[in-house]
Design a protein around this ligand. Structure first.
Ligand code: FES
Ligand SMILES: [Fe+2]
Length: 352
């Protein structure tokens, strides 16, 4: 439907219908996001509690779920199997889950424990009275959750570990002050597309361009991921034990960006709200003893604003009568082309 040619040299970009057709947008939510892994939180941030409720992709899928932290991490539904009250309202530390509507309790693995008023109920309880099980995954301290995972992300996560065996992931700590949520009036994919090419860097990010050696900028494709590597122009901003690398920019299909720097990592989670409104959760994780650089020409808040400016402009252009499709730069837009091939693949997947 969206007509992406496997050969980037021949292909047009994705059809504009993808950005403006509400039916396609809903199919993307159902066929891509419902099958995706989402980064929810990290073990250190929920350190003092073992029960962490959240909405899986709030505003699009909005599925109430709970992370349970015990010897292992589990993810279960937060919807009571009696009459659907949410079981947990806030993070807490408990050995049972108790629904406050009619007092039903569940074990931490979601199994029904006690149901007041149900003594006379026949054929009760059954499996259906337990909380639904979802999926979770750990990578270093980070916790991912999924409803029906189909989009593999392990290869990208392994790639990070292989390229950065000495990186101090265990010393990363969430920095609330340098983290933020942004709401922008664009389709979620336009934000990802901009991230997936360094082509615009010398044009849009003058400050950043001084810090990197743009001629050595590389794009590598991984299973359901894209890695862009920028070399540092100055030694002091290079990541230790790497070949003078300024940043590894990892993107994981469909909506996660993990950026690895000398000072720590930043994470962007791109959450669709509607066909043309998007939330960006920007999370900063400096390595202990270091800080995310601020107030410089290449600081991430400045780069973020420069990127948001261009994606808002693209949204306006996409909606115009004048635009239908464009072409890919074979030299610079392989990551973008791969993103569109993945979109096409999942949209056409009839098993979902
Ligand atoms: S809805 Fe939870 S006990 Fe009734
Ligand atoms: Fe950018």
């Amino acid at each position: 439907m969206l007509n992406i040619n496997n050969d980037i040299k021949k292909s047009s970009t994705i059809n504009k219908e993808f950005y403006v057709n509400k039916n396609i947008y809903q199919q993307i939510i159902n066929k891509v996001f419902t099958h995706s892994w989402q980064l929810i939180t990290d073990k250190k941030t929920i350190n003092t509690t073992n029960i962490f409720p959240f909405q899986f992709l709030d505003k699009s899928i909005s599925e109430p779920m709970i992370i349970i932290k015990g010897n292992t991490i589990k993810c279960i539904s937060n919807v009571c199997t009696h009459r659907a009250h949410l079981v947990v309202n806030e993070s807490c530390n408990k050995s049972k889950l108790r629904c406050r509507y009619h007092g039903r309790t569940f074990d931490l693995d979601g199994k029904l424990n006690f149901a007041p008023g149900f003594k006379k109920a026949l054929n009760f309880p059954t499996e259906k009275d337990n909380l639904i099980q979802y999926y979770s995954k750990n990578w270093h301290q980070f916790i991912f959750a999924a409803i029906k995972p189909k989009i593999r992300i392990s290869q990208v996560l392994e790639d990070i570990d292989q390229r950065l065996p000495n990186y101090k992931f265990s010393n990363l700590t969430f920095d609330k002050n340098n983290s933020n949520s942004y709401f922008i009036n664009t389709n979620w994919a336009i934000y990802c597309e901009n991230y997936l090419e360094g082509f615009h860097v010398p044009f849009v990010h003058k400050g950043l361009t001084k810090d990197i050696n743009y001629d050595s900028y590389k794009t590598l494709l991984i299973d359901n991921g894209v890695l862009q590597i920028a070399q540092a122009s100055k030694n002091e901003t290079a990541i230790d034990n790497t070949d003078n690398i300024y940043a590894f920019y990892y993107w994981i299909f469909p909506n996660l960006m993990i950026n690895i720097y000398e000072w720590g990592i930043s994470i962007n989670i791109v959450e669709p709200i509607s066909i043309k409104r998007t939330k960006i959760r920007y999370l900063s994780y400096p390595v202990r003893g270091k800080k995310q650089p601020t107030n410089s020409g290449s600081s991430l808040d400045k780069v973020e604003m420069e990127d948001q400016d261009v994606v808002i402009s693209v949204q306006k252009g996409i909606e115009s009568l004048a635009y239908q499709v464009g072409r890919y730069s074979p030299d610079h837009e392989r990551g973008l082309h791969y993103f569109h091939l993945l979109i096409n693949k999942y949209l056409n997947d009839i098993s979902t």
